[in-house]
Design a protein around this ligand. Structure first.
Ligand code: P6P
Length: 340
């Protein structure tokens, strides 16, 4: 793309805001600041092997997972940048036990809250596999002028205003969805800006890739085992059998699913009856984005976006991607109860 045609993410969000005269640009301000955090995190991720930022931090997070030093850096970066953002009243993070209300007067009058997984897939850092930041933006339901409350962070995904991710891969991209659609921006390091590279992204209705941790199949129920057999057998009416791809980093597996089509699955199993992935800052943002791109996301008995959250760090099974592939797996899988 020639330099003259480069549209930066800021220019793009301003153009989008102009389509709605009553729009205030507040959401654009938050997206811009998440992009800034992404650029700062990217700088550390790109040189992780060179500075003493690799390796485990020694602490464990609320999930009981060992925290890599980059996790801490990414979390602190997002917290501090959003604290200075004019439109964010508070945050919730995979790395923090509880939500955090920004206590200054200005923030108390801000209209939005942000949830994030600051560095998803961080177990891949040491092996240089793609990792990412996942974010979800809600309009507050609590009273303006006062600190935000837990209720602001326990809204269902169908109330999201925007959601997306930054992927630190062979290039660094920010991909986000609003109710207007999904757009992807690639970081141009020479100018330090995310530039529009993937306008109006759509998830293909069909795909040939299934993505799950097959190593867990010993714990799967019969429905999932029958689906795996279906995927692995040559399927005459659909040509060659599916391909299996699994990076073990949700952002990377979902970015491929969005672009190439396919299905990503993290089901409930005997050792994880509620699945592994978190509803509020992994599954809901990805479900909002994939459905805005024409895909589908379910937990087994309902749409992910319709689950009413009861706990900040609750888990859910997830089947997400090409609409026809999600419908197909549902023919095999009968999840007994909605995971809340
Ligand atoms: P498993 C990374 O730890 C993560 O949260 C997601 O990014 C990824 O999809 C999943 O867990 C991988 O889990 O059990 O297959 O290693």
């Amino acid at each position: 793309m020639s330099q003259s045609k480069l549209i930066t993410m800021d220019e793009f969000t301003i153009q989008e805001t102009r389509k709605f005269p009553q729009a205030t640009g507040d959401l654009s301000a938050i997206l811009r600041d998440i992009g800034l955090a992404g650029k700062i995190i990217n700088k550390q991720v790109r040189k992780a092997g060179l500075v003493d930022i690799l390796g485990k931090h020694g602490a464990t997070n609320v999930q009981g997972e060992e925290q890599m030093k980059l996790d801490i850096f990414a979390n602190e970066t997002l917290i501090n940048i959003l604290k200075n953002c004019t439109e964010c009243a508070g945050i919730a993070s995979e790395e923090n036990d509880n939500h955090l209300s920004y206590e200054d007067t200005f923030s108390a009058n801000s209209k939005y809250v942000v949830l994030f997984d600051p560095l998803d897939g961080s177990s891949n850092i040491d092996v240089n596999a793609p990792i990412g930041t996942i974010f979800a933006i809600y309009r507050r339901v609590s009273e303006l002028g006062k600190p935000c409350t837990e209720a602001d962070f326990l809204q269902p995904g169908n109330k999201l205003m925007a959601a997306g991710y930054v992927i630190y891969g062979s290039s660094t991209m920010m991909v986000y969805a609003t109710r207007l659609g999904v757009n992807g921006f690639t970081l141009e390091p020479s100018i330090g800006e995310f530039c529009l590279s993937h306008p109006n992204m759509k998830c293909p209705e069909n795909g040939k890739i299934y993505s799950l941790n097959q190593g867990n199949s010993v714990k799967f129920d019969d429905g999932m085992l029958n689906y795996l057999t279906y995927c692995m057998e040559s399927n005459k009416e659909e040509g060659r059998p599916y391909s299996q791809r699994y990076i073990g980093s949700m952002v990377a597996d979902m970015h491929r699913t969005l672009i190439k089509g396919g299905i990503f699955i993290y089901p409930a199993d005997k050792s994880s009856p509620k699945g592994k992935l978190r509803l509020q800052y992994e599954c809901n943002p990805m479900a909002f984005l994939i459905e805005a791109a024409g895909g589908k996301a379910v937990c087994g008995t309902s749409n992910i976006l319709d689950i009413i959250p009861t706990e900040l760090h609750q888990r859910t099974p997830i089947f997400i991607g090409s609409k026809n592939m999600v419908n197909k797996v549902m023919e095999f899988v009968k999840v007994k109860e909605v995971v809340g």
